[in-house]
Design a protein around this ligand. Sequence first.
Ligand SMILES: [Zn+2]
Length: 59
Amino acid sequence: MCSICGGEYSVRTPVDYGFLYHLCPHCGSQPHEELDKEFAELYRRLDEAEDRSKKGRSA
Ligand SMILES: [Zn+2]
């Protein structure tokens, strides 16, 4: 596992107002396949949440 980002593909730099996130200089950008998987999962969860809220309103 990468010792810079710990496999997260991003590193954070402390700044006055919090943290800045950068792509890991060692790993570079996250593989698109991985990103696509994450987005697919995210959208699936959003859809589920939307379904739940719709059911909640109609019930
Ligand atoms: Zn890294």
